[in-house]
Design a protein around this ligand. Structure first.
Ligand code: NAI
Ligand code: PYR
Ligand code: MG
Length: 376
């Protein structure tokens, strides 16, 4: 199979979807790998690192897309990339369709087969291709939150860990999945007082076994959330309903309960955000203020630490990339139910219920879409 790896063009997105070790594995399996010149630069991989393992370098994005039956990316194709998508081409990347109708319609119109990293799901309900980036983003959420709490950035001027004689800051985390547990570990390690809320009681029980004593676990409902954020310095949004739009847990009027200069980092912004007032921002311009509360809404946080993130992401994606390349998307999805869960759009139809629901579209059963020979 011919596999294309374009350079990411979203603002300050320096990750790349395939590292030289992955290119080597694909070439060894008999595939042709075409990498856009400079695609690996931001993560510390040169064109020469790719050619050394048998990949080809394309001079620009057009040539990379045109050559490929399957495109490997990190972020969803953005508007300048849409014209390059070919009917029947397989796209394997993060999409987050439910948060963006225009993006969804562009991919429906393209006729491409869109397999989303974020909805690949194991029988255990784990999301193996979201997990590594959630680990990065959860850890970063505390780093970024700590920065914007500094007075210089408009924050309350509070140090997360406090010092002897002065109380530590309070960090409230909404959602105790991968982002939540990683944020909690970091905040607790720095000495903050941490409160984590989730609706999954089994998850709260598990967290109570593994978390240190400065992490308190509370059931998530609107009343408890309002009570907790009223004394928070940093709030981290970390909820997820896989593939669907995030529920709005903090309403606009709730901001009035919060302390001026408190910071919200809504990691869930890529699925629309769990804070009513959040909107997507970029690494270049990450924050804005509403009612005295600093909002951080970067939708590709791991892009800020591309070396770590690229390695972590590609460790997880490569086994799936090899299955898609070796078997073609139909057989790979038929033989791997986890990968089948990743199918969001095929031949102009939505195959993921959460995405269809977000825009009032009809969802086609992915197994049914697979069964149609016309879509080979
Ligand atoms: N902004 C960025 O750069 C990045 C964003 N993300 C996003 O972060 C979000 C969280 O991802 P993960 O932690 O991997 O998901 P996860 O599935 O591991 O955890 C989500 C948690 O939210 C909980 N939850 C659901 N409804 C809730 C409610 N009403 N109140 C409290 N908790 C609730 C679930 O029980 C679950 O424990 C996703 O939207 C993901 O796409 C992930 C990586 C990077
Ligand atoms: C998960 C995601 O959207 C990201 O890593 O950018
Ligand atoms: Mg994202």
């Amino acid at each position: 199979m011919k596999i294309g790896v374009p350079k990411e063009i979203k603002t300050n997105e320096n990750r790349v979807a395939l590292v030289p070790a992955g290119a080597e594995a694909l070439v060894a399996a008999g595939h042709t790998v075409v990498v856009e010149t400079g695609a690996g630069d931001g993560s510390g991989f040169t064109d020469a690192d790719y050619t050394a393992v048998g990949a080809q370098i394309a001079p620009d994005a057009d040539a990379t897309w045109a050559a490929a039956e399957m495109i490997l990316k990190v972020k969803e194709p953005i508007e300048p990339e849409w014209k390059r998508i070919k009917k029947g081409q397989t796209l394997f990347t993060y999409f987050h369709f439910a948060a963006d109708e225009k993006l969804t319609r562009a991919h429906l119109d393209s006729g491409a087969t869109c397999i989303a990293y974020e909805t690949v799901e194991l029988p255990s309900r784990e999301l193996p291709l979201l997990t590594p980036m959630s680990e990065v983003a959860g850890r970063m959420a505390v780093q970024e939150g700590a920065k914007y709490l500094e007075k210089l950035y408009g924050g309350r001027g509070v140090l997360l860990g406090g010092v002897p004689g002065v109380a530590p800051a309070k960090v409230v985390i909404l959602g105790g999945g991968i982002v939540g547990i990683n944020a909690a570990k970091m905040a607790a390690g720095l000495g903050a007082k941490v409160v984590l809320l989730d609706i999954n009681l089994d998850r709260l029980r598990y967290l109570s076994d593994v978390m240190p004593a400065n992490v308190q676990l509370i059931y998530s409902n609107h009343q408890n959330i309002r009570e907790q954020i009223s004394t928070a310095d940093l709030v981290v949004g970390a909820v997820l309903i896989p593939g669907a739009k995030a529920p709005k847990l903090v309403k606009r009027e709730d901001l009035k309960l919060m302390r001026p200069g408190a910071v919200i980092v809504d990691v869930a912004v890529d699925q629309g955000g769990c804070i009513e007032t959040i909107k997507p921002t970029t690494h270049e311009n990450p924050t804005y203020t509403i009612d005295g509360i600093i909002h951080y809404g970067v939708a590709n946080m791991p892009g800020g630490v591309p070396r770590t993130s690229t390695l972590a992401l590609t460790n997880a994606t490569l086994p799936y990339v090899l299955q898609l390349a070796n078997k073609g998307w139909r057989r790979a999805l038929r033989e791997n139910p986890a990968l089948l869960k990743g199918l969001n759009v095929v031949d102009g139809r939505v195959t993921y219920a959460g995405v269809a629901e977000a825009f009032g579209l009809e969802a086609v059963d992915p197994a049914e879409a697979l069964a149609e020979p016309a879509l080979v």
